[in-house]
Design a protein around this ligand. Structure first.
Ligand SMILES: Cc1cc2nc3c(=O)[nH]c(=O)nc-3n(C[C@H](O)[C@H](O)[C@H](O)COP(=O)(O)OP(=O)(O)OC[C@H]3O[C@@H](n4cnc5c(N)ncnc54)[C@H](O)[C@@H]3O)c2cc1C
Length: 327
């Protein structure tokens, strides 16, 4: 029996939703392999989150209560995780498939001889090994991938690929890490952090519903309509690159190959053609609704529901209907 490690992505003392989804996924895998699940929390704040992590399946919690975890670039987290692997004898790590943690995972993999599979949208146990589902070429192909035998396996999990569920576990056993960093780990210091918020709306990477607007909006005022729609259903707002390049909405909300990857339960795209680079960032959404006046727009090929029409006719009616139901 071994431990399946889940690296907890957290903000302001709270585990992000994806971390609880990963714990749930790991708990399901552990149910088949006979392993146990251990959460790894790097940085201050673990004690306040222990019960939540336990409730979602963590039997153990490795924590490193040091500002150094976030105070330097990448390497302190690599070295702390290396220590967890040494201490636990584990051979599996689940991590949130974001850019920063992918960097951590890649560097750690080189050090401890692991294979890394990023952006996993499904996990199953096949012949005793973890097999990951991964969508490639902008979601046109679904692949199954496994780490080569004998190597440790790191799996980067996409947001919303799994539902977070409590499994009834109690508070986990806690193990404090005593990490002594190498000189090179502290060579690049983080001097300032600016947290970019989405205001009162949920972050598009975590939101269950994302409303996205493209060039078809015509101008930046069109995003006021997108925000009205989003606020009527508690959604985050995203944009195509054409819209962000035009300066209609900030770049941090761009969805796609060179923007954010999202996988909400519901994506509603208005005035977006569905170029492959955009699809690369949203194709794994569970339900896709497209509003476009061109019936030949490629987005309709992947849409579950399509509305052919002028978005300025369709969306205001949708907002009105949703607001009347909410009221
Ligand atoms: C290397 C590279 C990386 C890229 N990365 C990204 C990326 O990360 N994300 C991304 O989005 N793009 C990316 N792109 C750009 C991508 O190729 C497309 O150009 C872009 O996605 C188009 O955005 P759009 O769908 O908003 O605009 P368009 O393709 O111009 O589509 C606008 C759509 O709006 C419809 N429309 C117009 N008016 C209305 C109306 N009144 N009502 C309803 N529908 C209307 C039109 O029929 C059309 O289908 C990348 C390109 C390259 C080369």
């Amino acid at each position: 029996m071994s431990e399946l490690l889940v690296l907890i992505d957290h903000s302001e003392g709270e585990p992000r939703k994806l971390s609880l989804q990963m714990l749930t996924a790991a708990t399901e895998i552990a149910g088949e392999t006979g392993d146990t699940v251990a959460a790894v929390w790097l940085g201050p704040g673990a004690s306040g989150a222990a019960d939540t992590l336990g409730a979602h399946g963590a039997a153990k919690l490795y924590h490193w209560d040091s500002e150094d975890a976030q105070g330097y670039v990448t390497l302190p987290q690599v070295e702390a995780l290396e220590q967890v692997f040494e201490q636990s004898g584990a051979s599996t790590l689940f991590f949130a498939s974001g850019n920063h943690i992918k960097d951590v995972a890649a560097r750690l993999a080189i050090r401890i001889d692991a294979g890394v599979i990023t952006d996993c949208t499904g996990l199953e146990v096949v012949d005793g090994a973890i097999s990951a589902t991964k969508e490639v070429f902008g979601g046109d192909l679904v692949t199954k991938a496994r780490v080569a035998e004998g190597k440790k396996g790191f799996f980067g999990i996409s947001p919303n690929a799994f539902a977070a569920e409590e499994s009834g576990g109690g508070a986990p056993e806690t193990v404090a890490l005593d990490v002594s960093l190498s000189e090179s780990a502290t060579a690049a210091k983080v001097t300032d952090v600016e947290i970019q918020t989405s205001g009162d709306r949920p972050d598009i990477g975590e939101a269950a519903i994302v409303v996205a607007g493209g060039r078809g909006l015509g101008d930046e005022k069109g995003f006021e309509l997108m925000e009205q729609l989003a606020d009527a259903i508690g959604a985050g707002v995203g944009a195509s690159r054409a819209a962000t390049d035009a300066g209609w909405y900030p770049h941090r909300f761009q969805i796609g190959q060179t923007g954010r990857t999202i996988a909400p339960m519901l994506y509603i795209g208005s005035g977006i053609s569905g170029a492959i680079q955009h699809r690369a960032g949203m194709q794994t959404s569970q339900n896709i609704v497209a509003i476009n006046k061109d019936p030949e727009a490629p987005i309709f090929q992947i849409a579950d529901f399509g509305i052919v029409g002028d978005l300025y006719n369709v969306v205001p009616k949708l907002v009105e209907e949703l607001q009347s139901r909410a009221g």
